[in-house]
Design a protein around this ligand. Sequence first.
Ligand SMILES: NC(=O)CC[C@H](N)C(=O)O
Length: 364
Amino acid sequence: METGYLVLETGDVFEGALIGKNKASMGEVVFNTSMTGYQEILTDPSYAGQIVTFCYPLVGNYGINLFDNESAKLHLEGAVISDLCMAPSHYQSIKAFSEHLEANGVACLTGVDTRAIVKKIRHHGTMKAIITQSLDKSLMKSFVHDPVFNTSMVKKVSVKKIKQYEGSGPHIALFDYGYKKSMLDALVNAGCKVTVVPYCTTFPEIQSLNPDGVMFSNGPGDPAALKPMLPEIKKITERYPSLGICLGHQLIALAYGAETNKLLFGHRGGNHPVKEIESGKVWITSQNHSYVVTDKSIDQEIFDITYVNVNDQSIEGLKHKKLPIETVQFHPEAHPGPDDTQYIFERFLNTIRNAGEMKHAITY
Ligand SMILES: NC(=O)CC[C@H](N)C(=O)O
């Protein structure tokens, strides 16, 4: 293995061993506190443009299997690991983490003090970083010119054409902003027919599919980058029972006039406690996001706040007061992390079953 470096925007340099892609890789450095689930994290499209620091010290010990991919590709820009296991042991393992990254051209720096990196991120916030083989000065200049931080990555990860999955239950249009397969699985396993649609699908295009409900998926980047789509999202949610998850939640809130802001270092992990306001119950949730809906920007004439984060009181869920629209910031589909909040999918499907008459409530 060759020597490599993680260089942060602050100028801090961490030396380690480089595997995967041997040239420079740039992204926004974030950290994830999950103890397992590295394969799901590698393939979650919401990590596009990011370098993920794994907080759990041992990664790769159970290898890579055929079942845990959340999408067909690895989307992250790079991985930073304390202790990478090169000889995995698990009956389902088909290859090692290092082989998987090498085959997919993703840079990985291992043998670094990830605790020190996490401390930097917690203090300065998520920031630009490079995984590199050389400490060439010209590389550092590219921090200033990185397009990744200015454009929407949703376009890159979304399907280009609609894709259908047959089922005998309700028909759901699933907006693909970079959806995780577990989200599709939750619907298909419940018997739904699912039509996955590109991120830029308009209201008339959704109407022509005649769905019973619409789901707005997770996805990478700043939700504000999808501003041109907000009027369409508003019309769609006024017409069809809707569920928004993570980026989908943020977009629905924006469409109804709320604002989003960026947390200092986000929530990424498998044990984020979230309080359900109505029942007072605390659910342990899977999370992966930087942005949140700004609480003061929510019009409480339009939305009830349904969930809040126990650690920082940030908004974790909304419910429209009149229309069947529900949104959650966390990931009920889990993978990785606990599936305690899977009931949100069941509730959505029950809402659809009870909402038949609403179809004609608002017409255009
Ligand atoms: N997982 C997601 O959908 C993330 C949403 C958004 N990209 C954020 O970071 O907040």
